[in-house]
Design a binder for this molecule. Structure first.
Ligand SMILES: *Cc1c(COP(=O)(O)O)cnc(C)c1O
Length: 355
């Protein structure tokens, strides 16, 4: 059976406070204006100047030779695997990595690769874990090709990998002859939280991408960066996968706008997430993980109320949260203000008090 995205419960009011995901932001009027004014051309034909401007800017920001505009982050991850790996090869990643849990099995289905899952708290493994996972070369073992990290680690609680750890992991991988890939869906959250420039943060990674639809507020688009040769091959996969577009500059203009206006303000989302976590921590029976960035994971098993019931009660009050593998997730982003955090805490308190 195929599961379609869930729908709200019958009779639910419109969402007032959307903590469901940072993907649910609506383009601001100023972003829409920039999109409407975009100079466009046939992207697939290499004729869209706004897409070129975005790719040039992203390659410079990440300190890589080249970049390609993709319709989604998933396509960035899948195209990267298809360029780095041959069938039967292995990717080393955290067991909660998006490539393993949330891409419909694409890496196995399309790349015929396997993923070796590493454990570790908050979506992160250690340099020693990686050393321990390296296989000797023999005809019995799969050839290991790629080491993957997620910055920030999504289901790890939006956790930020320290730059020193990223550098060490990349050095171990390269020393063993493996390539490195960073899923940077929320890379800017990490850079803002850590105060590290993107090019420094990703210096050890052969391929890296950023999602413009996660907290940056654009309606569509992700950009994958790497060497000139890598991006040429990624372009071939973009074409094969049906990701080559036409007047995509309309979307690229939204991404460019977000780089100018929506990066520094991520600090507000992080402050709102901290405030939310502080409020939740004061509630009896609620366990909350201290957020590094904009994702607040918590459980309510000590309250006697089922997590799904809390989600439903809040949704009936116009407050949206998500439930991921038994944990609740509240996500802050540019459509969530500080007063909304207080209102959400009030709604959660009231929903829990009903018993
Ligand atoms: C959302 C997400 C993706 C996929 O991005 P889409 O643009 O939704 O395809 C990949 N990795 C992580 C960590 C994500 O959070």
């Amino acid at each position: 059976m195929v599961h379609a995205p869930e729908r709200p419960p019958a009779g639910a009011p419109p969402v007032r406070i959307n903590l469901y995901s940072d993907t649910q932001t609506k383009p601001t009027p100023a972003m829409l204006d920039a999109m409407m004014r975009a100079e466009v051309g046939d992207e697939q034909h290499g004729d869209d100047p706004t897409v070129h401007a975005l790719c040039d800017r992203m390659a410079a920001l990440m300190g890589k030779e080249a970049a390609v505009f993709m319709p989604s982050g998933t396509m960035c991850n899948v195209a990267s695997t298809l360029v780095h790996c041959r069938p039967g090869e292995e990717i080393i990643a955290h067991e909660t990595a998006h490539i393993l849990t949330s891409e419909g099995g694409a890496h196995a289905a399309l790349g015929s690769v396997q993923i070796l899952p590493l454990k570790g708290p908050r979506g992160m493994y250690t340099p020693d874990d990686l050393r321990g996972a390296l296989r000797g070369k023999s005809r019995h073992t799969p050839t290991q090709r790629l080491v993957e990290v997620e910055q920030t680690a999504n289901t790890g609680g939006g956790a930020v990998w320290p730059k020193a750890t990223l550098d060490e992991i990349a050095a171990i991988a390269h020393g063993a002859g493996l390539n490195t890939h960073m899923d940077g869906a929320r890379l800017m959250n990490a850079c803002v939280a850590a105060g590290v420039a993107p090019a420094d943060m990703v210096a050890g990674y052969d391929s890296v991408w950023l999602d413009f639809t996660k907290g940056l507020g654009a309606p569509l688009g992700a950009v994958l960066c790497g060497s000139r040769d890598f991006i040429d091959e990624a372009w071939r996969w973009k074409q094969r996968l049906g990701g080559a577009m036409r007047q995509a500059g309309i979307c690229a203009a939204g991404c460019l706008y977000s780089l100018d206006h929506h990066v520094d303000r991520l600090a507000e989302d992080h402050a709102n997430a901290k405030a939310l976590a502080r409020g939740l921590a004061q509630m009896e029976g609620v366990e909350v993980q201290d957020p590094d960035t904009n994702l607040v994971f918590f459980t309510i098993s000590g309250t006697g109320l089922a997590a799904a019931e809390l989600v439903k009660r809040l949704r009936m009050q116009g407050v949206a949260l998500s439930l991921l593998g038994g944990r609740l997730r509240a996500c802050t982003h540019l459509d969530v203000t500080a007063p909304m955090i207080d209102q959400a805490l009030e709604a959660i308190r009231a929903a829990l008090a009903k018993g």
